[in-house]
Design a binder for this molecule. Structure first.
Ligand code: HEM
Length: 228
């Protein structure tokens, strides 16, 4: 069967996409973009500690650039999709390369975080879907009002179940990021064996800071530090 002739840059991109290295590169690049968003989102959300006016003004500022906001949303959606598709494809390639399963899996070398990548990822995705339904589309509570980000956030986190769900999801996100950041360091070539332990520790510390940062918000609402 003859292959479809594509214009050169597209055919290069397609051939790159078909290789394992290409898929790994796409997974790493999209991971970096998503990590950048998570970091920026954390900094934005921590303004909840500065009160209603500050957080709502931040939301209003973002909305005052609708074109840019939609461009960012499109890039995020594309990155999440490519990140998931390449993950599934690489996992399938890996299992096909090893058709006979090991009698006893040797997990000693793999860290707990790396072993949990395949289930922490889908749970984080489920969290994001709920999170968008809650705070972006305001579907989950009739008391939520468009643009009242601070009030919506406090009303949401006053519910122990919602806060609990966020806290568990953020811990899983932290585990996912810990291994993801470490892989990112490896992909960009910071892999001198001498630096490996330091880089691994840096990835863990970054993931813990992000997790604790996010968790501090529902905890502060439950503790009454952030209130209506
Ligand atoms: C305690 C943790 C978090 C809080 C309080 C929070 C808060 C919010 C709020 C208030 C919005 C709506 C903003 C607006 O409509 O202007 C939002 C949107 C969003 N959040 Fe979060 N967030 C948290 C964690 C996360 C995490 C961990 C992720 C990703 C892994 C995430 C991904 C998103 C995305 C993708 C949007 C939609 C952005 C947009 O399209 O405008 N959030 N978040």
């Amino acid at each position: 069967m003859s292959s479809i002739a594509l214009p050169t840059p597209l055919s290069h991109a397609y051939r790159f996409w078909q290789t394992t290295v290409g898929k790994k590169a796409i997974m790493a690049t999209t991971g970096v973009v998503l990590f950048g968003f998570v970091l920026g989102h954390l900094v934005g959300n921590l303004q909840a500690f500065e009160g209603r006016a500050k957080l709502d003004a931040y939301g209003a500022l973002l909305r005052s650039f609708p074109l840019e906001l939609y461009a960012v949303r499109l890039v995020l959606l594309l990155c999440v999709t490519l990140h998931i598709v390449t993950t599934v494809q690489l996992a399938l390639l890996k299992s096909r390369a090893r058709p006979v399963g090991y009698v006893k899996k040797n997990n000693a070398a793999a860290s707990y975080a790396s072993r949990t990548m395949y289930w922490s990822g889908p749970i984080v995705l489920a969290f994001i879907i709920y999170h968008l339904a809650q705070f972006t589309f305001l579907y989950t509570d009739p008391r939520y009002v468009e643009g009242r980000i601070y009030d919506n956030l406090v009303l949401g986190f006053q519910n122990y179940w919602i806060s609990g769900f966020y806290i568990v999801s953020m811990i899983l996100l932290g585990m996912h990021l810990s291994h993801g950041i470490w892989s990112m360091f490896q992909s960009v070539g910071i892999l001198s064996p001498a630096y490996a332990p330091l880089m691994k520790r840096t990835a863990q510390v970054l993931a813990i800071v992000i997790t604790v940062g996010f968790i501090s918000i529902p905890v502060a609402v439950l503790a009454g530090v952030i209130h209506l």
